[in-house]
Design a binder for this molecule. Sequence first.
Ligand SMILES: Cc1cc2nc3c(=O)[nH]c(=O)nc-3n(C[C@H](O)[C@H](O)[C@H](O)COP(=O)(O)O)c2cc1C
Length: 201
Amino acid sequence: MNTKTSILILYYSSQGATQKMAELIALGVESISNVTAKLRTVPSLHQSQTPNTASSLMVTRDDLLSCSGLILGSPTRFGNISANIQHFLESTLDIWLSGQLIGKPAGVFTSSSTLHGGQESTLLSLLLPLLHHGMIVTGLPYHHPELHRTQTGGSPYGPSHVAGTQGDQPISKDERALCMAFGKRIATIAMRLNSQEGSHT
Ligand SMILES: Cc1cc2nc3c(=O)[nH]c(=O)nc-3n(C[C@H](O)[C@H](O)[C@H](O)COP(=O)(O)O)c2cc1C
């Protein structure tokens, strides 16, 4: 039985909004005792876009292989995944071939500048490679009251944040609660799966 539960929160952020979400999700993960959150980022493909994540650690292959669950975050880019995240995902072919992520819980999150600028298409696109990897994907159930009342981000497909056209919109109370609830949810699922031998289905 694997008793150590660690959730990899892997994201890209150029202006800091997705990173702030990742940090809140980590708080939710670590609200579950004996579960740790590991925050990691990916390199930027664009020299003109210096990521706001210089202090963050770059993901390694071992981070992915050793995690008990994965939470993947990307800014919305033309209604889609950031190329930086996509580039990293395309380096995981051998991990897909060996099936080493099969059965691990996973979920996704995003930040965009506008409310109807493609958050849901980005979240759904982020889920596709995780399904190919055989991960057990989960979103946010509607029993969270914030999903009913949010005026900005937050969806059943995963947490989201509307950062505004200047990128300076603070994370709302509802967005924040949903980030924390999401971290807690994936941590709880990972913990339960970890405590069951032979959960690699
Ligand atoms: C190339 C590019 C494409 C973008 N496409 C969209 C978009 O389709 N919809 C949207 O609302 N915001 C879009 N944005 C804005 C970002 O999604 C938004 O600023 C996000 O909060 C950035 O996250 P970050 O602060 O973690 O980098 C785009 C930004 C860039 C640079």
